[in-house]
Design a protein around this ligand. Structure first.
Ligand code: SAJ
Length: 421
């Protein structure tokens, strides 16, 4: 089987880097996205998202003629679906993007094609995708009815790359390959071996789906443990950072770091896909989500207490005279990604409730998101330190780690990352 042309549907944080690495291996790549702005930008050799080094790889792929973007699917030998899978209602998975993507590629499918679902999905989504394709193309056979003899091969191969390190991890990480049949898996392995240097490990589609959800739930549960410890330690007047450092000296203990809550579009979402399928059984996974989701409010309460403490020590002042500076808006250190960021949510909530000035320091952006405009002032580190009465450390960006203790001393501090303690 040879894959001359590869189509990647969904040119976001996963799809675009994947399209670019295929193109860098001299595959002809057709990127498909419903967003015309993304398509135009990519065809100019530029990128509409932020990921280190991706701009160079995309620019080279487009100018050398290996990557082209379009809004309408075209024939290819393999299709990778990398569209979002958010949740809706009471944390129910929303598969509508997968459904539209399936319906957009169905008309151009031909016998022998491979369709891979890369989007993080609840168990059963790959079978559902195959059912949508079969419904649209009754003239072709699919694995759910024709097993190994099917015209179209279907697999789930979840992405597992870390934002900020996507290009390296795409190539180096091991890959889980969950074919609906063994021929489907073999075809998918052959495709990924174009650029994957890690191991391609074969399983079935349902186990591959659950594997991805398990990895992110494992991390969520472990972060919840750290976050719960931080709340317990606050009550007991113990430094949680010292505690974790000490406990981690045990050869079989490796506690993660507490923070202001869990952000991003993966870890705060994926565990719900397990909970929604098995609500009675997924008790720990649900509780971890609830613990992490409640952490931002705990931080806000700490900030209120710090404001109260400052007012007690400065009886001539009212809350209106107190300036609060929030350090960090991104969802994790050293990136500019504010999507689903607890730090951004905390800063906004403080700004909505506090009658005084609220400053935000975020060295990785030069403009605040629209919903913060007029409520929060973007400020540099020096100015924020000079002007603020209460300092809230929300993200452990490298620029914040080298701030001297002297310059922090005059303000009340809430340090959710333990870098100033
Ligand atoms: N966080 C903590 N404490 C920690 C570690 C993380 O509070 O000790 C917070 C971060 O600040 C952030 C959130 O958790 O708000 C998530 O950050 P992350 O670095 O743990 O993960 P993501 O969302 O950037 O990427 C994860 C990765 N999954 C795992 O590490 C198991 C990545 O490999 C996945 O590909 C990605 O989700 C995804 O796309 O699913």
């Amino acid at each position: 089987m040879s894959f001359q042309t590869v189509s990647v549907v969904g040119l976001g944080y996963i799809g675009l880097p994947t399209a670019a690495v295929f193109a860098a291996r001299k595959k002809k790549v057709i990127g498909v996205d419903v967003n015309p702005h993304a398509v135009e930008t990519i065809n100019l050799g530029k990128i509409h998202i932020v990921e280190p080094d991706l701009d160079m790889v995309v620019h080279a792929a487009v100018t050398e003629g290996y990557l082209r973007a379009t809004t309408i699917a075209e024939p290819a030998d393999a299709f990778l679906i990398a569209v979002p899978t958010p949740f809706k209602g009471d944390h129910e998975p929303d598969l509508s993007y997968i459904e539209s993507a399936s319906k957009s590629v169905a008309p151009v499918l031909k016998k022998g094609d491979l369709v891979i679902l890369e989007s993080t999905s609840p168990v059963g989504a790959t079978e559902q995708m195959s059912a949508w394709l079969a419904e649209a193309r009754p003239d072709l056979s699919f694995p759910q009815t024709h097993g190994e003899e099917s015209d179209i091969r279907i697999a789930h191969c979840p992405e597992r790359v870390l934002p900020g390190h996507v290009l390296r991890e795409l190539i180096e990480n091991d890959r889980i390959i969950g074919g609906m049949t063994s021929k489907c898996s073999a075809a998918a392995v052959q495709l990924y071996k174009t650029f994957v240097e890690g191991e391609c490990i074969i399983t079935d589609a349902r186990t591959a789906e659950m594997c991805k959800l398990t990895e992110n739930s494992f991390r969520d549960v472990n972060i919840a443990f750290a976050n719960e410890l931080s709340i317990i330690c606050d009550k007991l007047d113990i430094s949680v950072w010292e505690l974790i450092r000490l406990a981690n000296h045990h050869p079989r203990v490796n506690i993660l770091q507490p923070g202001p809550g869990v952000g991003g579009h993966c870890i705060a979402v994926d565990p719900w896909f397990i909970v929604s399928k098995t609500p009675e059984q997924a008790r720990l996974i649900r509780t971890a989500r609830e613990v992490n989701d409640s952490k931002p409010q705990w931080v806000i309460d700490q900030v209120q207490q710090a404001i109260g403490k400052h007012l007690q020590a400065n009886s001539e002042k009212t809350a209106k005279d107190v300036t609060v500076a929030c350090f960090g808006l991104a969802f994790k250190p050293d990136i500019d990604d504010l999507r689903e960021s607890p730090s951004k949510a905390i800063t906004l909530k403080i700004a909505n409730a506090h009658p005084g000035t609220v400053l935000a320091v975020e060295p990785n952006i030069d403009k605040l998101p629209a919903n913060m405009e007029g409520k929060v002032t973007l400020c540099d580190i020096e100015n924020a330190l000079r002007r603020s009465d209460v300092i809230v450390l929300l993200v452990d960006h490298k620029q914040f780690k080298c701030i001297s203790q002297n310059s922090l001393e005059r303000a009340e501090r809430v340090d959710t990352r333990g870098i100033w303690n």
